[in-house]
Ligand binder design. Structure first.
Ligand SMILES: CC(C)(COP(=O)(O)OP(=O)(O)OC[C@H]1O[C@@H](n2cnc3c(N)ncnc32)[C@H](O)[C@@H]1OP(=O)(O)O)[C@@H](O)C(=O)NCCC(=O)NCCS
Length: 181
C-alpha cells in the first residue's frame, strides 16, 4: 500500500501496525467471527502478532494487503478489509488477488464491509491497475456473499476449501468500470 490511509465516508483504511495486536486478538479469538472461517479461532496473542507480520510483509512485497479498518467517528478498530495476493493454489488458481474482510460483531449490519470493499476495489483497479479480483466464502456465509454481490462480484463456481463448500466470485476491471460509469 502507499502509506497514505484511504478514507471513505465513514471509514479509514490504513496499514495494520504491530500495536494493533490486542484488537486483532479480540477479533480472531471470537468464535462468532470464525463461524464460517473453519471454526478455528486463535487462542494466543502471538498468533495475531504473526498474522499482522504476514499482512505487513504483503505491503512490502506486493504493495497491497489487508488493511486495518477504523470507524472515523469513534476511532475504534472495526477489523480488517482489503486485498491479498494469493500464492498457494486455491480452486486450481494461483497468483491472484483476493478481496476479504473480517469485522467485530458489534460493527456488523452497518454497511461497513460494503463501504470498505468498494474503496478497495477502486484502489485495486484505478491506483494499481489490477485486472481481476476474486472473492471466496463459505457457501453458508450469506452476509459475505451479499457484500461481494453488492460490490459487483459475480458468482463463478463452487470449490472445496478444507472440508467446506465455498463460493468463488470474481470481478474484472472491465466489468467494474462498466458498473461504475
Ligand atoms: C461478512 C462481514 C464482514 C459483513 O460485514 P457487514 O459490515 O455487516 O456487511 P454489510 O453491512 O456491508 O452488508 C451485509 C449484507 O448482508 C446481509 N446479511 C447479513 N446477514 C445475513 C444473513 N444471515 N443472510 C443473508 N443476508 C445477510 C445484510 O442485510 C447486508 O445486505 P443489505 O445491505 O442488502 O441489507 C461480517 O459479517 C463479518 O466480519 N463476519 C465474520 C468474518 C467473515 O465471515 N468474513 C468473511 C469471510 S469470506
Amino acid at each position: 500500500m502507499n502509506n497514505k490511509p484511504i478514507e471513505t465516508e465513514r471509514l479509514l483504511l490504513r496499514e495494520l501496525w504491530p500495536s494493533d495486536d490486542k484488537d486483532m486478538f479480540e477479533l480472531d479469538s471470537n468464535s462468532e467471527v470464525h463461524k464460517y472461517l473453519g471454526k478455528n479461532p486463535v487462542i494466543h496473542i502471538e498468533q495475531s502478532q504473526e498474522l499482522i507480520s504476514m499482512f505487513r510483509n504483503q505491503y512490502q512485497a506486493n504493495g497491497i494487503g489487508r488493511w486495518a479498518t477504523i470507524e472515523k467517528e469513534t476511532g475504534l478498530f472495526i477489523g480488517w478489509s482489503g486485498l491479498k495476493f494469493i500464492t498457494e493454489p486455491e480452486n486450481n488458481r494461483v497468483d491472484y488477488h483476493d478481496i476479504g474482510y473480517r469485522f467485530m460483531p458489534q460493527f456488523w449490519g452497518k454497511g461497513y464491509a460494503t463501504e470498505a470493499t468498494k474503496a478497495c476495489l477502486k484502489y485495486a483497479f484505478e491506483e494499481i491497475n489490477l485486472t481481476e479480483i476474486i472473492g471466496a466464502a463459505n457457501e453458508e456465509n450469506n452476509a459475505s456473499r451479499r457484500v461481494f454481490e453488492k460490490c459487483g462480484l459475480q458468482f463463478v463456481e463452487q470449490f472445496m476449501w478444507q472440508d467446506l463448500t465455498c463460493d468463488w466470485l470474481s470481478i474484472s476491471k472491465e466489468y467494474w468500470l462498466e458498473i461504475n460509469k
